[in-house]
Design a protein around this ligand. Sequence first.
Ligand code: EPU
Length: 423
Amino acid sequence: MEKFVVHGPCSLNGEVTISGAKNAAVAILPATLLVKGKCHLENVPDISDIRAYVEILEALGSKITHISKNELIIDNSNVNSAIASSELTSKFRASYYLLGSLLGRFDKVQISLPGGCNLGARPIDQHIKILEKLGATVEVRNGNVYASRKDTLKGAPIFLDMVSVGATMNAILAATLAEGTTVIENVAKEPHIVDLANFLNSMGAKIKGAGTDTIKITGVKELHQVSSYSIIPDQIETGTFMVAAAVTKGDVLIKNCIPKHMEPITAKLLEAGATVEEHADSIRVKMDKKPNAFTVKTSPYPGFPTDMQPQICILLAMSNGTGMIVENIWESRFQYTDELTKMGADISAHGTTAIVKGVDKLYSAPIRAHDLRAGAAMIIAGLVAEGNTEVYDIYHILRGYEDITSKFASLGANIEYVTDEEK
Ligand code: EPU
């Protein structure tokens, strides 16, 4: 079994560079299927979710050349299958983007029901509704999703029942090559939605309004190759280092990020008493005292991201008062609080709300990464705690954070990667 051993406590100081955005990359890789040619992608994060996507695409017939660990050329000229391996697609959530992208190119698509972090119910009814509105037939049977179309997809007005990142991405993917105009309302506005639209527009798509509540897509007959596209920096990785810098009373310059995307997190760090300096493409976070307590409520962008909720909880756990977290996106996102309680945190979580009373110290304990972002929070807790904190189930963390141990090491942390063989 593999684990991280985090030697605490420590204060983070220095510079760290942010990788490409996971949640943009997992939409852009399948989006390349819409073009019968080559796409050259830069700033692709080297994480296990991307390696899994590369495997899925290769199994469909894509030819993928690794120029470097963060630069790929994907050639989809010879993709001739739209039946994705169920073993691979069932492993992670973002495989549902194959529905929209493959249906743009093929008459019949099959994927497995997507897996991913266990954050509570993760229905795909909005994805299905979108594809049906565009003229497809969708059936969910025996753990698989089957989508088919008799003719080309046809543009249509679509109103999403709730703001969904994945459904918005799939609508964009499916409508790009559809005949006519699609107007989607009540869409998600996350930076990765804008990045997907920018990528497709760079190949000749006609997508307007990404980043607002309404997206209009005028279908085009085909897309052309793209010579080079650089994926945006990861908002959540940036936020993770911002919180880690503040809670360890450090001073960290976080490079290759987009400060505008960080505003909801910056606002909470300022409330906590940190100093946050914004530069053109970097942010410096400094903190030299115990954090003030605050209330945080998650909501779709530009609100406070649910994917930063576990990390910000560590700041509250070490605060000088009582704070509150209200989780409005996922129904089971507080499972990680049991792990923090083992370390001496004072957290009472019920339903959508957690009350967090600040304590003076956390102490090491064997703890689990319940999901990707909770895993990042466990590392931050280990950096604050007295002693050696063992973090198990780290495969969750490796899904979404590139070189996490060496990035923290460059800031002065000591995190060991240990496998059974090395014990
Ligand atoms: N929802 C439905 N029906 C649908 C789709 C969503 O009811 O058809 C509900 C969900 O149950 C949830 C809410 O709508 O309550 C929002 O879900 P959304 O569709 O926005 O989430 P997602 O697309 O499945 C992405 C990220 C998640 C992130 C959420 C919210 C990717 C691959 N995943 O998930 O990221 O938490 O948006 O911002 O982009 C992570 O990176 O660790 C992660 C979990």
